[in-house]
Design a protein around this ligand. Structure first.
Ligand SMILES: *Cc1c(COP(=O)(O)O)cnc(C)c1O
Length: 410
């Protein structure tokens, strides 16, 4: 039977997480399905950043490192985030970007397996991750091997120091079984470095129960920390004493304000830091995390899956006849919180949708990607998006658009 918009309205009425949408400032006339690339703006963030600028910086100046808790902020915000990752508060901190942190974790993990010669990584991962893998391996004199995510568990071997992959793939949304893959990596004597870019704040994570060694995740995607928000680093407590990351800078020093000429790493997770934290971005992320207060992550993940399931059903029912193919797993348990569709005119369709206020993104060569951030996306939004895609494809709406300006970011 055809899916009806009224069924979606009923699902929204019954949704226990519907209140979370009120915690966001969503622009009128925009249906935002790109929260997997840049999360929406939570209420309270602008005020908090404004206060930090005017009072903590403008009035209290350098004293704010102590009086406003700036110095402790990376660990404090990391501890706030830890429950969303299924980690202990002293296993997470906030610093730098994903790529930079991945470099630190890969090198640190390889240093813990000095007799091994290889980094094993996911072919088809976000390119930046593998650029970092290549350079870290070159610097350490190791070889690299790239295999599909689904082959990491069988490809890991006695030469492998570290295996690294995304928990949820940025294109397909394919989600790995972190427990099983980590167990296979450990059985080969290697260490696992997970990228949680499309997981943190979107799907259920239990880094502790999964046996994860190291992980890095994104502050500006599903955690809504704002453009360029610092990322988060997880180092399992059992590895912290041996954790020797390569970017040893003064913020990771045991006592930065003694200005010792020599380096002594801080104990615990603080050793993951390198430099002065970007306080405005860090307080924005801290304020943004309030949107998760009282939210049960299992329930949040279930809603994300239900939104994506609905979209897959609508795509089967209404978009497949127009030549659209599903480029994400059909099985909800194996999928993150976004869905990719393939169509030869994907580029034009995404442009035409954005012109109508329906914001997804295009991933070359032929994928349209739609993120369903479960904190603020409704079931009716999924329905309306599918109808708009049908209309745009059916009418070739991109034919009426002005040409793209050279140099524009798509
Ligand atoms: C978004 C994303 C990144 C972003 O990296 P930055 O260094 O933080 O810009 C990295 N890896 C993956 C898998 C991503 O999805």
């Amino acid at each position: 039977m055809a899916i009806d918009r009224r069924d979606c309205e009923a699902q929204d009425r019954d949704d226990p997480l519907a209140v979370a949408r009120q915690r966001f400032e969503l622009p009128d006339g925009t249906l935002y399905l790109d929260g997997n690339s840049l999360g929406a703006l939570p209420r309270g963030v602008a005020e908090r950043v404004g206060r930090t600028v005017r009072e903590e910086w403008g009035r209290d100046l350098i004293g704010s490192w102590n009086t406003a808790g700036w110095y402790a902020a990376p660990g404090r915000v990391g501890a706030m985030l830890a429950p969303l990752l299924g980690a202990a508060p002293d296993e997470v901190t906030i610093t730098d970007s994903i790529s930079v942190n991945l470099f630190k974790l890969l090198v640190a993990a390889c240093r813990m397996r000095p007799d091994r010669t290889e980094i094993l990584a996911e072919a088809g991962n976000f390119p930046s991750d593998n650029h970092i893998v290549e350079s870290a391996a070159r610097m350490l004199g190791l070889t690299t091997r790239f295999v599909a995510a689904s082959e990491i568990a069988s490809a890991v071997g006695p030469r492998t120091a570290v295996a690294t992959l995304s928990h949820v793939n940025y294109r397909s949304a394919l989600m790995q079984d972190m427990t099983a893959v980590t167990a296979a990596i450990h059985a080969a004597g290697a260490l696992a470095v997970w990228d949680l870019a499309h997981s943190s704040g979107a799907v259920r994570l239990d880094l502790t129960a999964s046996g994860a060694d190291f992980a890095v995740g994104c502050g500006y995607k599903y955690l809504n920390g704002g453009p360029g928000a610092p990322s988060h680093v997880f180092v399992a407590r059992r590895h912290q004493a041996a954790f020797d990351q390569p970017l040893q800078g003064w913020f990771g020093h045991a006592d930065p304000f003694r200005f010792d000429a020599g380096f002594t790493a801080a104990p615990g997770i603080r050793a993951a830091l390198c430099s002065t934290p970007p306080m405005l971005s860090l307080v924005a992320l801290e304020a943004a995390l309030a949107a998760f207060e009282g939210i049960d992550m299992a329930r949040l993940a279930a809603k994300g899956r239900a939104l994506c399931d609905l979209f897959v059903s609508l795509a089967d029912e209404r978009l497949a006849p127009l030549g659209v193919e599903l480029a994400s797993p059909r099985e909800g348990a194996r999928r993150g919180s976004h869905v990719s569709l393939r169509h030869p005119d994907a580029y034009g369709a995404v442009r035409a949708l954005i012109a109508r206020g329906i914001v997804g993104d295009f991933r070359a060569p032929d994928a349209m990607r739609f993120g369903f951030a479960p904190l603020y996306i409704r079931f009716v939004d999924v329905f309306d998006a599918a109808e708009a895609i049908r209309d745009v494809l059916g009418s070739r709406a991109w034919d009426d658009l002005p040409p793209v300006e050279a140099g524009a970011v798509t």
